[in-house]
Structure formats: C-alpha cells, structure tokens
Design a protein around this ligand. Sequence first.
Ligand SMILES: [Zn+2]
Ligand SMILES: [Zn+2]
Length: 179
Amino acid sequence: MIFKGKKQTKEPEEGKEKKETTQSTEAKEVKHEEIERCVECGKILKDKTYEPYCKQCDEKLDKQFDSIEDNILIYRELLDSEIKILEKFDDEDIKDLFKKIYEKFSKEEGGLKEESVVVLNKFKNSFGLNELEMGLARLPDIKEIKKNKPLDECPECSKKIKEDFNLCPYCGYRLKDNF
Ligand SMILES: [Zn+2]
Ligand SMILES: [Zn+2]
C-alpha cells in the first residue's frame, strides 16, 4: 500500500515552478520537516521506511483502510470522515479499492443493487473517478434511495415527528415495521 506523500521525488509541475520560487526557502523547510516528523502524529521518524508516517500511524492507516472497505461492503456506507482518510492514500490504491468493491457488488445475487450504486457513486464523485476509464460498465445515476427517506412527519396525522420514533406520539401510528 502506498500513501500519498511517499513519493518525495515528484517533479514540480511546469508553470507552477516560477510562482513558487519566492517561497522556495520556506518550501524546503516544510519538506525537511516532513521527512523528519510523522505527518500524522508529529513524532520524529526513526524508521524512515514508513515515510511520511511513523510505523504506528502507517499501520493505523492500513487498518482504517481495511475497515472502510468493510463498511462499504457490509453496510453500503461511506462516511465523509472516511473519505478524508482515503484522501491520504495514493490514487492507485483508491482506484483499486473502487474496482474491487464495484466487482464484488456486481457479483451479488440479483446484480448491482440500488444501494450499492448509491455508495459507488458517492465514492466515484468524491475522488473524480471514471468507471468507464477503468473498464467498468457505466453506473446508473442514483445518488440516493428515495423510498428509504426518513419520515419527518407522521403519514397518519401529519404532525412533526423525529425519524427515530417507532410510534407516532400523537396518534399512535406504527412508524417502523420492525417495532
Ligand atoms: Zn505517527
Ligand atoms: Zn400520528
């Protein structure tokens, strides 16, 4: 697994170079700082093989990556906080993860489910991915599942209710099937 920032040899983009020359002294200092200290926790790096993270943070991120994958596969959920974590990873890792999830979802009985498409679209749009460029079939443009929208009013008496209510406190209407 490759984390973002591990490639320290990356050439500066053309055009940008000129603009950055005035800040070159500052930039050098920042780069130096990155190599010395873990970007995540700020600890001084003793084992440089884990740059730009320390061994501990590197392993922690690896675990987080795996649990995000599980969260998507099992719960069809990709939280904004998880997107932030994924942003620390190399683009190739992100593409591989997307592809892996897409293919797993496609192999499910009955094919690609609506809720799978929703989470795949969120993933795709968060990272500017293109499924066609990855050799995958175009995803239907479903961003949310409308029928599962939480209720904010009682369908029986139309009074305002909270979405976690099981019964309407005004008329007693059963709001959840499993209650
Ligand atoms: Zn660290
Ligand atoms: Zn009611």
